[in-house]
Design a protein. Structure first.
Length: 204
């Protein structure tokens, strides 16, 4: 792709560095912004800078937040005794979109994957144990993507929680094995949450 302007080229390269944005899509975005009023472009960039500088991670559940503790954790109208374990913040958004879950969340920050060098210590598992040891949590829903790594993570966490007097369940397999949770449609994901089943390890 040939550019007559180095400024446009640099902007296209910046946009195309984003996930899912190719050079042609990046060029369309750049040309669109070029034709917008200067104030609109400044508001756009200001919003991005403000987000980058001020976004926080909830100190309780590790979801993204504008404050130290996110709005879900501080909402007393939500079920305080049920906690949904997810891999990442995109999964929180996906489940919230279903409207089928009104409990709390805990974001692991990934799944156990020895191949990628990710072990239990790299995830937010110790803080999950601490939350449950406080005694308010009665049920833990494992809403982790149904992959080999996801199942390994579920197995590990269930073993850690075995003696903590908490019910452990998993979402129903309406979500196909090997799929990513965030890409499941809202109806399927919502039904999987509602139709969750007790989690049992081999031999139980």
């Amino acid at each position: 792709m040939n550019f007559t302007s180095k400024l446009v080229q640099e902007s296209v390269e910046a946009f195309s560095s984003l996930p899912g944005i190719g050079k042609k899509s990046a060029l369309r975005l750049v040309l669109y912004l070029m034709n917008q009023p200067k104030d609109s472009t400044q508001e756009f960039t200001a919003a991005l800078l403000n987000m980058r500088e001020n976004i926080k991670t909830c100190s309780k559940c590790f979801n993204i937040s504008d404050t130290e503790i996110c709005g879900i954790c501080t909402d007393m109208r939500r079920e305080q005794s049920t906690i949904c374990i997810v891999e990442n913040i995109r999964d929180v958004m996906a489940i919230e979109d279903t409207g089928q879950f009104r409990g709390q969340y805990h974001v692991l920050g990934g799944v156990i994957s020895p191949i990628e060098g990710i072990g239990p210590a790299d995830l937010n598992i110790a803080s999950l144990e601490q939350r449950i040891q406080e005694g308010q949590i009665k049920e833990v829903i494992m809403a982790v993507s149904p992959t080999i790594e996801g199942d390994t993570t579920i197995f590990y966490i269930s073993k850690k929680l075995k003696d903590l007097n908490v019910k452990v369940s998993t979402i129903a397999r309406g979500v196909s094995f090997g799929g990513e949770l965030e890409y499941a449609d809202e109806i399927t994901l919502g039904r999987s949450i509602v139709a969750r089943v007790p989690y049992r390890t081999k031999g139980e």
